[in-house]
Design a protein around this ligand. Sequence first.
Ligand code: C2E
Ligand code: MG
Ligand code: MG
Ligand code: MG
Length: 276
Amino acid sequence: QVKEKGRGDFCFFATEMNQRLLERRALEADLRRALGEGEFRLHYQPQIDLPTGRVIGAEALLRWTCPGRGNVPPDAFIPLAEETGLIAQIGAWTLQEACRQAVTWPEELGVAVNVSAVQFRLPGLYEAVAAALATTGLRPSRLELEITEGVLLRDTDETLAMLDRVRRLGVKIAMDDFGTGYSSLGYLQKFSFDKIKIDRGFIRSLGQNVNSEAIVRAVVGITRSLGVRANAEGVETDDQARLLLAEGCGEVQGYLFGKPMPAEDFRIFFSRQIAA
Ligand code: C2E
Ligand code: MG
Ligand code: MG
Ligand code: MG
């Protein structure tokens, strides 16, 4: 029968690559629905001033609960959101939601939002940042955009002009995952970041690997010379925190201090401090 034959042909061509394409298309379809269906949430990971131990803000991290898939980690869907351009709408939602939350927090707390390289190049980012600030009334200096080195990889003049334009709104710009890119120091020369986040990869082996220790010391030294704030990502142990404090790292983030958590839990987290 024709139907049977069609099925057989399909199986014949359903090579591994084909399977992957189909899976991709299915994920893309789910992703397209997710925003309208309200399947995204933001979690907030506390950012801590290391010398005082006080929370100074949070990084907003995107969480997707897909009915058919459960929790899908950002690393599994952001690349596809970028390829399909969906990241523009998702990113606009993220900015809006993060600002909407942060404006209900005490004035001294900031919020950091990740902006991917593709998002940066798509039209509408400036407008999305401006709109999030305008509609929520968040003081611009309480919003920080975390960009990765990928942002500066291409179209440098245009990108720098865009970074300047966004910063003139009054928001801060942090370099995320510092040290993992291909020309980390070059980017520091080209743009004056407000903060440099030392990649978790260097923090993980602190105290075990003398090279990591030397690198962290050097990076903290560079930030100090530049007058930029340093944030160490992925701090999990007391030893790591002690070493970072000794090196003069101003700010930390990591499971030792707090995992990314729902907005309600972050509220409890900072309320404890205010009560103390
Ligand atoms: P990132 O911006 O470098 O975020 C830090 C990641 O490290 C987060 O993973 C966080 O949960 C994890 N982390 C924090 N502290 C620790 C620790 O002590 N130990 C360990 N093992 N991990 C820790 P997450 O939430 O899975 O996000 C992964 C990446 O996805 C982010 O890396 C960021 O590049 C991207 N991402 C997340 N949310 C967004 C978003 O709203 N927009 C964009 N464009 N990218 C996002
Ligand atoms: Mg980040
Ligand atoms: Mg990072
Ligand atoms: Mg990262």
